[in-house]
Design a protein around this ligand. Structure first.
Ligand code: ATP
Length: 825
């Protein structure tokens, strides 16, 4: 199969990772891979001349004879020089001129080092010509001329609509090309199976290209596509926005100012909403849910006035660029500023973030998601038949999905239509559950007015951090505390874990006291690793002393172990017959069953930032392999995902271990890889190693081994990332996830408490399921009773059995060609 990939519409971070994944994934499946420059415009323009014949495969000094049959693969592995468009001229690729050529054959190394680049290196455009039938006819002709039969389109809803139109029209375009007079299938010549002398394609070409296979990937910073939780580029844009809010927060608080921030999102309020949740904003405006009150100015001013009355010194209002009132009248930042200034007397400033939201290096998620989705797009194309629909590759929670492109496009359009028809509830119902939950969460935690439950139902909820600090712990605590206060419950902070509890380090949390916690790293409550078993009886008596009605523990494996101890302790201590809940938070992501813990995204981003800098330094002077050691205990999650996000050449994890045979193959691979590099340019490569991958082959040993074996080909150094992986400021994903999961924990606690309260106090008996862990499992969020977790835990190594990310190690190494090179050379 010949696969071409193009990027279209507004650029977004992660598009380069898509191209890399499609190219490398395609080559690994034996396909020929092409890129189309400048989006659909490049497809329409095509190549001025037919593609030049491929250059002869280069010879390899150490190519043994038995690889002759696989010369194509090796040719692909060597083809190109990783400089495609990187020089900014847009005019050459792998030393070949691109003037007048928009559809270009690419190889393995053409996409080398693309991960850290923002935007799209193959160019994007908004093509008016492609919107016309003539433009699409030219596009079809250009694809057929190059023999391309499959197309991956990465762009926003417009681009995917274009892809859908193109796919639907394809048979008629082919028929038309076969009879250039334009009569298509009605052509007499075609009907009589005779040759048309003015046809643009041959009958063989028409037969071979009767169907165009298309897969769509959503590259859009707005996250405006239905049937997928996230679009490529949206997480990075959210990073940029949160960085801006964090910076603005300090100046706003210093001067007691209000700031009105306009963010992107014409038809979708995702960026504004998630920025509101993770930036701790006071008020947001999104297209799907305009303010309920008419006039809305009263609602906003009352809301912000209350915040000021409790002592807030800063106000942040976020507006999506497509925000409007219930009559669809646009709400603009300057007007909001005037209202805040005139009515509340606030010193108000407007900040429009504009294109800064698009820019910059992709965050970890915008490297991993496009890689997995790009590979899935190749799979979908390989499996496509004339009867299967064209797919859009999406994601639901943690599951890469395929949904029919037509349906996704139609549903996306129906959200815009619902807004247009002022059917805002319908628009909300068409958004994914995470969107709706995030909005409910924002409303709950930003509101001050109470909606107290009856006194008999009120709870005293203890909140505790356990284990090492992890990004999102504070945001989760803030959300839990605010939820409690809204419904008349009492949120109680237990400082420094169980030791703190035994020392009576306990105090009530207030609405204002937790206000700035969203963006804070570390643990505001203080944390340690002591388990309740240090003195279970004394812990139980403290539970009684403070009349805890429920406990929320935010932490890693220690929190899970503590939960287990207390659940088992229920046999002896009635004080533990309350809802006991664990919200996983650890950079190691080693809590069993759950796909993600809070903090794991922050630490991945810290790793990606560090590795980008290390790789730059490694490439600066001479060929150098950097062995980067990560934390993670006996769990290789962060090493594996970090390797996937940075394009590392090798990854070593405790789950797979390190053996002599592996090391020997890895050294051969590395040597081969450096031999195949273009001469004269230094190249840095990463090896990511978990701290506990092997007791014998330590980071130092491996570094020395690569240095010794590298000889004249490459040098080797090591770097240990250590505690830097805990990250300074939590990532927006961790903050938003913290809020969402924390509020789910509170709802669970409330339900379990309600069930318990139905029993007489003296004989109150909590069921095992009331001691549970909140988990993300593939596409859903599930509660797992702690006793059920045990079966899926490797208690000795403090990690889960069979985690979802384990197979990704092979993927990491496939994407750098290790298995192919190591086995063949
Ligand atoms: P963004 O979300 O950044 O705006 P987008 O993909 O939605 O990205 P658009 O400008 O709407 O951006 O679309 C990109 C290109 O897709 C258009 O310039 C056009 O070439 C093509 N396209 C969009 N809609 C159609 C359509 N209905 N028919 C044919 N082509 C289309």
């Amino acid at each position: 199969m010949k696969i071409a990939v193009l990027t279209s519409g507004g650029d977004s971070a992660g598009m380069n990772a898509v191209v890399r994944a499609v190219v490398r994934g395609g080559i690994l499946k034996g396909c020929e891979t092409w890129v189309v420059r400048e989006g659909y415009e490049g497809l329409v323009r095509g190549n001025l001349e037919a593609s030049t014949p491929e250059p002869a495969p280069p010879t390899f000094p150490d190519l043994p004879p038995e690889t002759d049959g696989d010369v194509n693969l090796l040719h692909n592995l060597r083809f190109g020089d990783g400089q495609l468009l990187k020089d900014g001229t847009g005019d050459y690729i792998g030393g070949r001129t691109l003037k007048g050529r928009y559809i270009v054959r690419v190889g393995w190394d053409d996409v080398k080092g693309w991960f850290s680049e923002g935007g799209t290196l193959i160019g994007s455009a908004r093509s008016k010509t492609f919107r016309t039938p003539e433009g699409r006819l030219a596009a079809a002709h250009n694809l057929i001329k190059e023999g391309i039969d499959a197309l991956v389109v990465c762009g926003g809803d417009g681009s995917l609509t274009g892809a859908d139109v193109f796919r639907a029209e394809w048979p008629s375009l082919v028929a038309q090309l076969l009879s250039e007079c334009g009569s298509g299938s009605k052509c007499d010549l075609i009907a009589s199976s005779r040759l048309c002398w003015i046809a643009k394609i041959t009958r063989e070409q028409a037969t071979a290209h009767a169907h165009l296979k298309i897969a769509g990937l959503v590259g859009s910073i707005d996250n405006d596509m239905s049937m997928t939780d996230l679009t490529i580029g949206a997480p990075t844009a959210l990073h940029r926005i949160c960085e801006a809010i964090d910076n603005i927060n300090s100046t706003a608080a210093s001067h007691s100012r209000a700031f009105v921030l306009e963010v992107m999102g014409r038809h979708c309020g995702w960026l504004a909403l998630l920025a509101g949740v993770s930036g701790g904003a006071d008020f947001i405006f999104i297209p799907e849910r305009p303010p309920a009150a008419d006039p809305w100015e009263d609602e906003m001013c009352e809301h912000i006035q209350r915040h000021r009355e409790v002592g807030k010194r800063k106000t942040i209002v976020i507006i999506a660029e497509g925000a409007h009132d219930r009559n669809l009248k646009p709400i603009k930042a300057d007007y909001v500023k005037d209202v805040l200034t005139d009515r509340l007397g606030l010193d108000t400033r407007v900040t429009t973030l504009g294109h800064t939201q698009r820019g910059g290096s992709p965050c970890a998620f915008d490297r991993i998601l496009p890689t997995l989705q790009g590979l899935e797009a190749v799979n979908a194309l390989m499996e496509a038949t004339p009867d299967t629909p064209s797919y859009m590759i999406g994601i639901q929670e943690n599951k890469i999905t395929r949904v029919p492109l037509v349906e996704a496009v139609a549903m996306t359009r129906s959200v815009a239509d619902a807004i247009e028809a002022k059917q805002f509830d319908k628009a909300m119902s068409l958004r994914d559950p995470e969107f709706r939950e995030s909005l409910d969460g924002f409303m709950t935690i930003s509101a001050i007015q109470q909606q107290p439950v009856p006194a008999s139902k009120r709870m005293r909820v203890a909140i505790m951090h356990m284990g090492a600090p992890a990004g999102g712990m504070n945001a989760a605590t803030r959300a839990a505390a605010r939820w409690c206060l809204r419904y008349g419950h009492t949120p109680i902070a237990v400082h420094n874990g169980f030791r703190g509890l035994l020392d009576d380090q306990v105090h009530e949390l207030s609405w204002l006291g937790v206000d700035s916690w969203t963006s804070r790293g570390g643990s505001e409550l203080g944390t340690n690793r002591s388990l309740p078993s240090v003195d279970l009886g004394a812990v139980a008596s403290k539970f009684q002393k403070y009349s805890f009605s429920a406990l929320l523990m935010i932490g890693g494996f220690e929190a899970f172990s503590s939960l287990l101890i207390m659940e088992e302790g229920r046999k002896h201590y009635p004080a533990f017959h309350i809802p006991l809940v664990h919200l996983p938070a650890t950079i190691s992501n080693n809590v069993p069953v759950t796909d993600f813990s809070l903090g794991s995204d922050t630490s991945l981003n810290a790793l990606v930032d560090a590795c980008d800098a290390i790789k730059q330094s490694a490439s600066a002077s001479r060929n150098r392999v950097f062995v980067v050691e990560t934390q993670g205990g006996k769990c290789g999650y962060i090493a594996t995902l970090g390797a996937l996000a940075t394009g590392a050449s090798l990854v070593y994890t405790p789950e797979h271990g390190i053996g002599l045979d592996t090391l020997r193959r890895d050294v051969r691979f590395m040597k081969t890889r450096y031999k195949l590099d273009e001469k004269g340019r230094a190249e840095g490569r990463l090896v990511i190693k978990n701290e506990a991958a092997s007791e014998v082959y330590t980071t130092d040993v491996i570094t020395k081994m690569f240095k010794e074996e590298g000889g004249n080909l490459f040098d080797s150094r090591s770097a240990s990332l250590g505690h830097t992986l805990q990250g300074g400021v939590p990532s927006p994903t961790d903050r938003a996830r913290a809020v969402r999961l924390s509020l789910k924990c509170m709802t669970f606690i409330e339900q379990q408490h309600g069930t318990l309260m139905k029993q007489p106090q003296k004989t109150r008996h909590a069921l095992p399921e009331s001691a549970a862990v909140i988990t993300i499992q593939s596409s859903s969020i599930e509660w797992v009773p702690v006793q059920d977790m045990v079966a899926q835990s490797d208690m000795k190594n403090r990690r889960g059995k069979d985690p979802w990310w384990l197979p990704l190690k092979d993927l990491v190494e496939s994407l750098v060609g290790r298995p192919q090179l190591a086995a063949k050379l």
